[in-house]
Design a protein around this ligand. Structure first.
Ligand code: CMP
Ligand code: CMP
Length: 336
């Protein structure tokens, strides 16, 4: 694994203090799982900066890979530049295990390229529960909750990933999440469709969401696209429109028709994740819109108990489509 320069600096000094003496903070850590989850109490007045120098090409690729990572969405610019400085590139061979279930957590990873299987063993039986295809991130759970790795991640092609060390992840991302919890706890508590989750599971929902902001008229979801996220409206209004195909084989499409509007506390973008199909409709911001977004892996992991409620919605969608178009548009038929 790439070794970084570990540098101490006082909080207020910013980038100018990068050349301070080198110390290695990992040596002070006796056992990973003995650490408590109390991000506000960590690192009182000194911070450890990890810097892995990068070429322009690496920096550009890293920025592109991190642009849609939801865990980074609430991180301010200065902290984000510390995160980017600390990340290191790791080239991956096909078949390589990047994480093994049960291990201690060392790094968080963002995918640069390549495909990866997610395998979970329970009661001695391992099964593949999902996959990453050229983007996304993994390895946050063990670092956030001080738990053993919850899954095994295996490369199914050659690829490259960006690692972020545990100490930097906890100092910036976990601490930031504590702030996010304070901001969103009440809102998440008030959402009726999450009622079937345990309290601790609702807190985990707060940990994985990222805030996304859209201007008036901006497209949030495009009909026909692959689906990566699920959305909850925090403020503003979202318009859902659908274009109807003339027939299955006909590429010609009719004018988009508005089929729904969503406001604070309502969700959308769950259908494609539940049915494993492309997006059934498009979503646009009406005025300025703030959404909370969750990626597909977190959706599958955390919202299982809410799935029944979401599936019930499909019947409503179909009724609505029959009323509008005279057909249910095959929104759940995998062959359509
Ligand atoms: P972590 O437990 O640190 O290491 C394995 C990672 O796999 C985990 O963090 C998540 O980022 C990722 N993962 C994706 N899907 C799942 C899943 N269904 N269960 C557990 N971990 C998952
Ligand atoms: P998804 O298909 O992922 O992306 C478009 C979203 O529009 C869809 O999930 C639903 O959340 C939402 N939607 C609202 N009304 C309908 C409808 N009648 N049919 C399909 N999707 C709908």
């Amino acid at each position: 694994m790439t070794k970084g320069r570990h540098v101490t600096l006082q909080k207020e000094e910013g980038h100018a203090a990068r050349e301070a003496p080198v110390i290695n903070r990992f040596s002070r850590r006796a056992s990973v799982c003995a650490e408590s989850y109390n991000p506000d109490e960590e690192d009182d007045d000194t911070e450890t900066r990890v810097i892995h120098p990068k070429t322009d090409d690496q920096r550009n690729r890293l920025q592109e890979a991190c642009k849609d990572i939801l865990l980074f969405k609430n991180v301010d610019q200065e902290q984000m530049s510390q995160v980017l400085d600390a990340m290191f590139e790791k080239l991956v061979k096909c078949g390589e295990h990047l994480i093994d279930q049960g291990d201690d957590g060392d790094n968080f990873y963002v995918i640069d390229r390549g495909t990866y299987d997610i395998c979970v063993k329970s009661d001695g039986v391992g099964r593949c529960v999902g996959a990453y295809d050229n983007h996304g991130s993994f390895g946050e759970l063990a670092l956030m909750y001080n738990t053993p790795r919850a899954a095994t991640i295996i490369a199914t092609s050659v690829g490259a990933i960006w690692g972020l060390d545990r100490a930097t992840f906890r100092r910036i991302i976990v601490r930031n999440n504590a702030r996010k919890r304070r901001m969103y706890e009440n809102f998440i508590e008030s959402l009726p469709f999450l009622k079937s989750l345990e309290f601790s599971e609702r807190l985990k929902v707060v940990d994985v969401i990222g805030t996304k902001i859209y201007g008036d008229g901006e497209q949030i979801i495009a009909q026909g696209d692959g689906a990566e996220s699920f959305f909850i409206v925090e403020s503003g209004e979202v318009r859902i429109t659908m274009k109807r195909k003339q027939s299955k084989s006909d590429a010609e499409v009719k004018e988009a028709v508005e089929i729904a509007r969503y406001s604070r506390g309502q969700y959308f973008g769950e259908l494609a994740l539940v049915t494993n199909k492309p997006r059934a409709a498009s979503a646009y911001a009406v005025g300025n819109v703030k959404c909370l977004a969750m990626d597909v892996q977190a959706f599958e992991r955390l919202l299982g108990p809410c799935m029944e409620i979401m599936k019930r919605n499909i019947a409503n969608y179909e009724e609505q489509l029959v009323a509008l178009f005279g057909t249910n548009m095959d929104i759940t038929d995998p062959s359509a």
